[in-house]
Design a protein around this ligand. Structure first.
Ligand SMILES: Nc1nc2c(ncn2[C@@H]2O[C@H](COP(=O)(O)OP(=O)(O)OP(=O)(O)O)[C@@H](O)[C@H]2O)c(=O)[nH]1
Ligand SMILES: [Mg+2]
Length: 572
């Protein structure tokens, strides 16, 4: 059959593809040229700073970057799994309607662990998750079938995460404390079931630990004589309060944070001569819940510190594999970036031969907890790469949380070497260096005060058993977690000012920067000679070999010297 619609392909095409059908009077070629023109002008507007320059790796267009999710703090509420209840059941078979007790035990609740692993780079997933729950133990069943154990949870965090416990609720520790107190008071393990004047049982906390057969009459329920609660130990001991871990290395095994509850016992456990058919079983124990705070301190070998727009990110791009964002405005960088400088790619002669000490902070427990390797650990190992952290620019008052500085200064806190990046084209470099050191020094002092305060609070024993003889060494046995405790920091800001540092004087390609650089070099030489104090003003700070390296990061000139100098300081 013939088509009833007239064949007019041009009818709809202009709506679908307007660019192919220019309005009358404009030729297709001139329209294409106009489109090309607008594209070029829009990329130029946001492109490299110098309009004559073409985009390169060191001077990229602003869209040549990737912005990943990043969070360096997270608070988590942890709920370990409670134990499942024991079961009250009796064998029922043909011709045996009154068989023996066969209730299964409840499963243990799941534990919560933490593990620092390579591959995780941020805490953003955990900061959104907020609550971590381990699996509940399943209750026991008839036919002597035990309940399933609750699933454990391992929280994977990046290496460099500090864990602090903020609060804890351990119902079993509380109960044990109350039981010990009652034992002392009455001289018996469990208070007798007493009846009040109206025949109602007096409130007895130990009764809530029991499950009674649902088919019992209420008077039987009141009269039933319960045996003393069995004294059961958790398979894993809950770590001491407060937990403080510094996961500065990948942890070989997950570290326990919160222990799940023990599963209840089924009724066969309570069969005695006097009670051949126990109509009771124990409930599963409650589990530990706690609130913890995670703080990620990126572990880079070198930390770049500078004012906004100084050229830190361009420097990072010029010496490492980083693709961090670069732009000609302040606060281009909004989150820390880590770049890796490869010294030896195993494809020929290495760029530099460097060794790093490994014996300093290698405890046998961390690297070889079971002493499996008979060979002694090497004292030094070859450095094939090192990492550099670029953080958002600091402004005056950063330590008081102005700008973006304070949240990110903690990432340079752990760097082995600090590199101060100064823009030679942005005024007095000496004044800029002093301002930066001032902020860093004030921040260091603030952190130390915070740490002291935290220690003071930790020294106060908040545990339920505090001040009583219930608190003995077996009550809170020590765990592996104690070996990961945060090391003490020096007083007076030295933990940052005592680090080796140097200055990278960048944008040396700009005109009239020589004089600025000369003054900077003289100032640093005076510090080295001891004529000028350390720019932070901290007594005993590192002033051994303060160098200023002139570079033009955008042209990649002089940047190799930065790598050599940083490696020299890292090697010590
Ligand atoms: N002429 C010249 N310009 C440079 C040099 N290094 C960086 N720039 C320019 O300076 C501007 C700022 O560079 P960034 O690397 O983003 O500076 P930043 O210190 O990371 O800035 P924030 O992230 O905001 O703190 C960019 O327009 C760069 O192209 C250099 O050596 N010479
Ligand atoms: Mg930057």
């Amino acid at each position: 059959m013939a088509c009833r619609c007239p064949r007019s392909p041009r009818l709809f095409l202009p709506f679908l593809y307007p660019s192919l059908f220019p309005p009358n009077g404009i030729s297709r070629s001139s329209l294409a040229a106009a489109i090309r023109g607008t594209r070029r002008s829009s990329s130029e507007a946001s492109g490299p700073t110098d309009p004559t320059a073409t985009a390169t790796r060191l001077n990229p267009t602003p869209d040549d970057y990737s912005m990943s999710n990043f969070a360096d703090k997270a608070k988590l509420n942890l709920y370990a799994g409670p134990g499942g209840h024991g079961c009250i059941s009796f064998l029922r078979e043909a011709y045996m309607d009154d068989g023996p007790a066969n209730g299964g035990d409840g499963g243990h609740g799941g534990n919560i662990y933490i593990q620092a692993v390579h591959g995780e780079t941020s805490l953003h997933k955990l900061s959104r998750r907020k609550i971590v729950r381990a699996g509940k133990g399943k209750s026991g069943m008839g036919g002597a079938r035990g309940g399933r154990r609750g699933d454990d949870v391992v929280i994977a965090v990046p290496v460099g995460t500090v864990v602090r416990e903020l609060s804890r609720d351990d119902p079993e520790a509380e109960n044990r404390f109350l039981a010990q107190r009652d034992k002392k008071r009455v001289g018996r393990d469990v208070l007798p079931v007493e009846e009040g004047p109206d025949g109602e049982p007096v409130d007895d906390p130990s009764r809530s630990k029991w499950m009674l057969y649902p088919g019992m009459s209420s008077s039987d329920m009141r009269r039933v004589q319960l045996p003393p609660l069995p004294n059961r130990e958790r398979l894993l001991q809950q770590p001491k309060e407060p937990i403080q871990l510094d996961l500065s290395r990948p942890t070989p095994r997950p570290i326990l944070l919160a222990v799940g509850g023990i599963g209840g016992l089924g009724n066969p456990h309570f069969v005695t001569k006097g009670t051949p058919k126990p109509m009771f079983a124990t409930r599963g124990e409650g589990a530990v819940s706690m609130e913890i705070e995670l703080e990620l301190k990126l572990l880079a070998d070198v930390g770049l510190v500078g004012l906004p727009n100084a050229g830190k990110s361009t420097l990072l791009r010029s010496i490492s594999n980083s693709r961090t964002r670069v732009g000609n405005w302040a606060f281009t960088t909004l989150q820390p970036n880590i770049g890796t400088v490869v010294l030896d790619n195993n494809k020929g002669r290495p760029m530099l031969t460097s060794f790093r000490k490994v014996s300093d902070n290698t405890s046998p427990l961390r690297d070889d907890p079971f002493h499996l390797s008979a060979e002694p650990q090497p004292e030094v190992e070859r450095r094939t790469r090192f990492t550099i952290a670029d953080i958002p620019g600091l402004i005056e008052g950063a330590h008081l949380d102005k700008g973006l500085g304070i949240a990110f200064l903690r990432h340079v806190e752990r760097a082995g070497v600090l590199a101060f990046v100064l823009d030679l084209g942005a005024g007095d470099a000496v004044a800029a260096l002093k301002a930066l050191w001032n902020e860093v020094g004030l921040y260091a002092q603030m952190r130390e005060e915070e740490e002291r305060e935290r220690k003071r609070l930790a020294a106060v024993d908040w545990s339920a058993a505090a001040g009583t003889d219930a608190e003995d060494s077996t009550f809170w046995p020590s765990t592996m977690a104690d070996d990961y405790n945060i090391p003490a920091v020096n007083a007076g800001g030295l933990h940052i000012a005592g680090k080796p540092w140097f200055v990278v004087a960048t944008k040396g390609d700009l005109p009239d920067t020589q004089e600025n650089f000369r003054k900077l070099r003289e100032y640093l030489a005076a510090i080295g000679r001891g004529e000028e104090p350390h720019p932070s003003g901290v007594e005993g700070a590192w002033t051994r070999d303060c160098a200023a390296i002139p570079v033009s990061a955008i042209k990649g000139q002089g940047v190799d010297r930065v790598v050599h100098w940083a490696v020299g300081l890292l090697d010590g």
